[in-house]
Write a protein that binds this ligand. Structure first.
Ligand code: SAH
Ligand code: F3S
Length: 447
């Protein structure tokens, strides 16, 4: 029996790509293992969004090489964003890599492996027009949510971002295919469906022969997906602020099963920085959008991404970011220190604009400090209320399980005699708030 081991770094797209590759391998009779030592095939699904993540994949490759010294027939496949970016160079520099599979070639892992078995060192990168996508062959290893890619790649050119290079140009999947996949996920037993895309709300129906060519946008897709029987919770990441239309806001307001939680990356609270980032909106635009969304849907929670220390960011620019954080009161904030990435426009900005590392570190800590106070306060407002909780699995707290409210808060609760399976909905009452989660009890709180 041949065993495979997949290590995944990075975002949900990479997670789903790993599930796709696992599914294809299992169809070929390979079996998954969680023990690296037992694997005959190792796939490293790499992330390149920040330098640290990219470096991590090289150090992991180094460790895999040692394993190969012990077991000559071990096969190593380098996949994901770094693999796409490096291409042939990766094969040339690392003689122990047997094949390279970029993000646009995930659907071909079976044929790549066949060629590799014949002794070829295979290079599969780039973004061909024809991309096999067999959603029935995905090994869905999440207990509680089914992910559906609706749009791949990105056509924006945010000056800091490597994603358009590593994930290629924007390609939308046709509505009919997306709807079939959602129905398939509901049949499989998922109550939550998560639509994925780098700019998920930029989806539109592709022209023939791939799609119907009908004039459909993300609002139409939301309206159709939300009424699929059995979809109890519908979520989508990542929305691009500028692409949010009134019709999309209306869809979020109309369907209760669309999570009242949106991830809306702002990146900076300073117009000067936003312009240099090439984001195409102003802080005022962003504020207006937040206001319209909150007016449309009561209790809407928002999260965001922020970059601190972008070249040229002054103390005033940073203060504007902090002010925005204080003003919007996000339910969570993912803040990062700017990391220069190859072949992006920002690395050509003048050296003199570089923000010293200590300054960027300090700014990052200030964002975290401000946000944790806000988060705790927001969580405290939720104490004593009841929620439907989608059980996600065991909690890190001994004897507790955890789950997500529809506004995406994590709630831990003690297990009791009643069996609570991951992926099911239970009713919960919240008792206590922390910075990143809440403690609750099942209703009617017998345990
Ligand atoms: N498509 C998403 C973002 C993809 S990358 C969007 O529209 O925002 C995920 C997050 O990583 C980004 O939102 C950004 O905050 C962060 N990021 C991307 N490139 C980065 C870089 N060079 N340095 C630091 N953070 C970065
Ligand atoms: Fe990156 Fe901007 Fe696209 S952050 S993924 S280039 S929207």
């Amino acid at each position: 029996m041949e065993r495979f081991y997949i290590e995944t770094w990075g975002c949900q797209m990479n997670e789903l790509d790993s599930q796709r590759m696992a599914g294809q391998l299992m169809q070929q009779g390979l079996v998954p293992t969680r023990e690296l030592q037992q694997a005959d095939l190792i796939l490293l699904n790499s992330c390149s969004v920040r330098e640290k993540a990219a470096q991590k994949s090289y150090s992991r490759l180094g460790e895999y090489r040692l394993l190969k010294r012990q077991r000559a027939n071990l096969r190593i496949g380098f996949c994901g964003c770094v693999a796409q970016q490096e291409g042939e160079e990766a094969l040339r520099r690392n003689p122990d890599i047997d094949f390279v599979v970029g993000t646009g070639r995930v659907g071909e892992i079976d044929s790549v492996l066949r060629r590799s078995r014949r002794g070829e060192r295979v290079l599969a990168v780039g973004f061909p027009e024809e991309r096999p996508y067999d959603f029935e062959a995905i090994s869905r290893d999440s207990a509680h949510k089914g992910m559906v890619t609706i749009i791949e790649g990105c056509n924006k050119r945010c000056t800091f971002c490597v994603v358009p290079n590593t994930r290629g140009p924007e390609r939308c999947r046709p509505m009919a295919q997306i709807m079939s996949e959602i129905e398939h996920l509901v049949e499989y037993g998922f109550l939550e469906v998560e639509l994925l895309g780098q700019t998920v709300n930029h989806w539109c129906e592709p022209p023939p022969p791939l799609g119907s060519g009908q004039d459909l946008d993300f609002a139409d897709l939301l309206n159709a997906a939300a009424v699929v029987p059995g979809v109890k919770r519908l979520r989508f990441v990542t929305s691009y602020p500028r692409d949010f239309t009134d019709a999309m806001i209306a869809a979020v307001a109309r369907h209760d099963n669309i999570s009242p939680y949106l991830h809306l990356p702002v990146q900076s609270g300073s117009n000067r920085v936003l312009r240099r980032m090439g984001r195409g909106y102003t802080v005022e635009d962003y504020r207006r959008l937040v206001g319209r969304l909150r007016a449309a849907r009561e209790g809407l929670a928002l999260s965001t991404d922020l970059i601190v220390g972008f070249p040229g960011e002054t103390d005033e620019d940073f203060q504007a970011t902090l002010d925005l954080v204080e003003e919007v009161r996000f339910a969570s904030v993912f803040a990062f220190k700017y990391s220069p990435r190859p072949n992006t426009a920002a690395i050509r900005l003048p050296i003199a604009d570089e923000v010293p590392r200590e300054v960027a570190d300090e700014r990052l800590q200030r964002v975290f400090a401000a946000q944790s106070v806000i988060q705790r306060e927001l969580n405290e407002e939720l104490v004593g209320r009841q929620f439907d909780l989608l059980v996600t699995g065991w909690s890190r707290r001994p004897g507790h399980r955890s789950g997500r409210t529809d506004c995406h808060r994590i709630v831990h609760f003690p297990v009791c005699d009643e069996p609570v399976r991951a992926g099911t909905l239970i009713r919960i009452r919240t008792l206590e708030a922390y910075d990143h989660s809440l403690l609750g009890e099942m209703v009617p709180g017998r345990c």
